[in-house]
Design a protein around this ligand. Structure first.
Ligand code: COA
Length: 331
């Protein structure tokens, strides 16, 4: 029996940012910081903060509906949900299960969360890509959704709290057989890679959690190590992907790096030799929204008309673990 070779298409991208905006100037009224310090060191101007009655699955729901709308797929066509988050709604069950219910999916389908912090969306994409390539499912909703503002940020710690915000982003992925794909060869994932080096565990972590303490804990970070390794690991991920697909940095039409800090993004682009105008930057608008940054930034690029058919898009992220990875998409 001939097993059909599958391709995986990105057929919808969407995002959601909560309405409330917290500017650097507002922050500096209650914290020993300034708009200038934050902007110069990070490029961040403001962050969005979830309303008191908004939970992680609510942000995910908005982003998922936006991605579904763009994909012209119906909610009934979703065969699986993979949701990346560092801030699950509850310690268990998976926030993906809550999202399934809120989307009104009454069929039993596999729904699970992925925890790889700021690289979470790339890990979720990798997991969904494999399910689709194996032909196990036909259509997967991949989501990154985060509410950092509520409990894991210490709002008295100026070295970390100014960096993060809340938001969500989503992709709708669909598998198609090679024969059908060859008639319309666009919008597909060329390759994905992920990796982890746990020796960096203590460089970026939350000092709490159900398996080690009695509280949720707060984010702790060695900023300079994260800065240095972030540039190296994101640039290396893209280099590895390009090399194993016989492509060069000059072939990249659009680089969508994890939106943590403009200076880190500039460093990644410089190391790869990608021109500044080819780098999508939304960090000024929402700060670091962890697992949501990649789909939110790509959604912004689509809305702004920055993406054309045939473009090569490189995405890459690094976060706690350290965990990192990337993907190449031929639009
Ligand atoms: N406002 C004003 N001053 C601040 C401040 C703030 N929000 N945060 C720190 N400072 C102070 C420090 O206390 C330090 O003061 P000191 O010299 O008197 O000790 C000074 O600014 C310089 O701090 P430093 O850590 O050297 O600044 P930096 O230029 O390295 O930038 C980061 C700090 C956090 C912006 C930078 O290290 C970074 O972006 N790291 C990566 C963080 C990240 O992206 N994490 C998530 C990855 S997924």
């Amino acid at each position: 029996m001939r097993v059909p070779k599958m391709r995986v298409r990105v057929c919808g991208v969407g995002s959601y940012l909560p309405k409330r905006v917290l500017t650097n100037t507002e922050l500096s009224r209650s914290l020993d910081t300034s708009d200038e310090w934050i902007r110069v060191r990070t490029g961040i101007r403001q962050r969005h903060i979830a309303a008191d009655d908004e939970c992680t699955s609510d942000l995910a729901l908005h982003a998922s509906r936006a991605a579904l709308g763009q994909s012209s797929r119906s909610v009934d066509e979703i065969d699986a949900i993979v949701l990346a988050t560092t801030t699950p709604e509850n310690t268990f069950p998976a926030t993906a299960a809550r999202l399934q219910h809120k989307l009104g999916i009454s069929r039993s389908i596999p729904c699970h969360d992925v925890q790889a912090v700021c690289a979470g969306f790339v890990f979720a994409l990798h997991s969904a890509w494999n399910m689709l390539l194996l032909g196990q499912v036909r259509c997967v909703l991949v989501v990154g959704s985060e509410i950092y503002s509520r409990s894991i940020i210490d709002w008295q710690d100026r070295s970390t709290c100014v960096l993060f915000g809340d938001g969500a982003g989503a992709f709708i992925l669909e598998s198609i057989e090679e024969d059908a794909f060859s008639k319309n060869p666009c919008g597909y994932i060329l390759d994905v890679m992920t990796s982890t080096d746990g020796s960096f565990y203590d460089m970026l972590y939350i000092d709490g959690g159900a398996g080690s303490s009695t509280n949720v804990g707060h984010l702790k970070m060695n900023g300079s190590v994260v800065f240095r390794e972030g540039i190296a690991k994101m640039a290396n991920s893209v280099t590895e992907l390009l090399s194993r697909n016989n492509l060069r940095a000059e072939d990249i039409s659009l680089l969508v790096p994890h939106q943590a800090n403009q200076r880190i993004m500039d460093g990644v682009a410089r190391k790869l030799g990608v021109l500044q105008e080819r780098v999508v930057s939304t960090v000024g608008e929402h700060g670091n929204i962890s697992a949501a940054t990649i789909p939110a930034a790509l959604s912004h690029a689509c809305a702004e008309g920055m993406v054309k058919r045939g473009d090569l898009i490189a995405i890459t992220a690094m976060g706690g673990g350290f965990s990192w990875g990337g993907a190449l998409i031929r639009w």
